[in-house]
Ligand binder design. Structure first.
Ligand SMILES: Nc1ncnc2c1ncn2[C@@H]1O[C@H](COP(=O)(O)OP(=O)(O)OP(=O)(O)O)[C@@H](O)[C@H]1O
Ligand SMILES: [Mg+2]
Length: 360
């Protein structure tokens, strides 16, 4: 007899897996700097949690306390004995042990260990990942319980997930703006013609807001407050009225060290974000210049597709259009595109075999 289980969203996923999983336990993982998503074959995306792990160290051993959403709540708020960290940096593994524990915890949430066979997993990796970084990702997914691990380049997954016709003989440009990096890629005939990754993404935007408030207002805020400002009133363009909406924020006054509440408006956020936004625009222009002329002409005709969480920054599409002259669209469900695309590669593995790497 199975023990009764509480049915939250994750438990529900586990129960479904316990039945459906007998026939299909295969999964696709988008191991992002900010968020990890797991797509289960035949089911879609059933797990979406921050890539954060909280642990404490005892006798030199790291003991995991929480993973995902629960661990993110602890970021910046832990006592000395506990650490909450993000084991991925710029799309690759920064802390191997912790990343492995996190992947294992996420796989366990959707796949009952011991009851079903080991899953076949496809994971996406940044186009610019080195062979060593790719091997680290493959090894940790294997150590976390996978049988066979295939890798797919993130821009290809993003373009598939955004529904772009990547196998056509035409140029398609996709710009995936994640937490750690922005990857700009031009695809044709199912492969990458040009790709470039810049280390600018949502994290950099948060840092820019933190340093703007410190410089201009002597106010110290944490990264999670900066992220909240960005996702609430963040904008890539100066508001027409020179102010835009505003919100109340709290931080520490650096002059006298006491907590302080103040208001920040969209014009200030636009000013704070000007540099990372400019760097994203430049990456798009550089890609267009480096693209062979016929494919570049296709991109001018068809426009550019934005994916990833950073694509949701207010008016980023407009700012990019103004600066590059290209038509810009934001993909539906842009935060899920890479996971959906990796999942599609798993579902249509025979047709998409050439974009999956099993051997490097
Ligand atoms: N509405 C929003 N406006 C601006 N930024 C947003 C919004 N929603 C989410 N983000 C940002 O998107 C980022 C996460 O995006 P995503 O999940 O695509 O990254 P990731 O895949 O984990 O990172 P990477 O691809 O670089 O490894 C975070 O920095 C988050 O703050
Ligand atoms: Mg990503």
């Amino acid at each position: 007899m199975n023990e009764p289980v509480a049915v939250g969203p994750n438990e529900l996923g586990q129960q479904r897996m316990a039945f459906g999983g007998l026939f299909s336990t295969d999964m696709a993982i988008d191991l992002g700097t900010a968020n990890t998503l797991v797509y289960v074959k035949g089911k879609g995306v059933i797990l979406n949690e921050p890539s954060v792990v909280a642990y404490h160290v005892k006798d030199g051993q790291k003991k995991v306390l929480a993973v995902g959403e629960d661990a993110k709540l602890m970021l910046g708020r832990t006592p000395g004995s506990i650490e909450a960290i993000r084991p991925m940096r710029e799309g690759v593994i920064a802390d191997f042990d912790v990343a492995e524990a996190m992947i294992k915890a996420f796989i366990d949430k959707v796949h009952r260990r011991g009851f079903l066979s080991k899953p076949h997993v496809i994971v996406c990796v940044p186009h610019g990942a080195t062979p060593v970084e790719k091997r680290a990702i493959r090894t940790s997914v294997q150590m976390a319980g996978a049988k066979k691990v295939g890798l797919i380049a993130e821009p290809i997954a993003a373009a598939i997930g955004a529904g772009m016709p990547i196998t056509d003989p035409t140029g398609n440009m996709v710009v995936d703006i994640g937490g750690g990096t922005t990857e700009v890629a031009v695809l044709s005939l199912g492969d990458i013609v040009y790709a470039r990754s810049v280390r600018v993404g949502g994290d950099r935007m948060d840092e820019s807001i933190v340093s703007y408030l410190r410089r201009q207002h002597n106010l110290l805020i944490g990264d999670s407050t900066a992220e909240r400002i960005k996702t609430t009133i963040g904008t890539a363009r100066m508001p027409d009225d020179g102010r835009g909406q505003s919100m109340e924020i709290r931080g520490r006054d650096l002059l006298n060290g006491v907590p302080k509440e103040t208001e920040i408006n969209q014009a200030q956020v636009a000013e704070a974000l000007a540099e990372p936004v400019q760097q994203i625009c430049e990456a798009v222009m550089t890609a267009l210049e480096a693209t062979p002329p016929d494919l570049a002409a296709d991109i001018v005709d068809r426009g550019v597709m934005l994916t990833g969480g950073g694509a949701l920054l207010g008016e980023l599409d407009l700012a990019l259009r103004e600066q590059t002259g290209l038509a810009i669209s934001v993909a539906d469900e842009s935060l899920n595109c890479v996971a959906m695309g990796t999942g599609k590669a798993l579902e249509y593995e025979k047709q998409l075999r050439h974009v999956i790497d099993y051997d490097s």
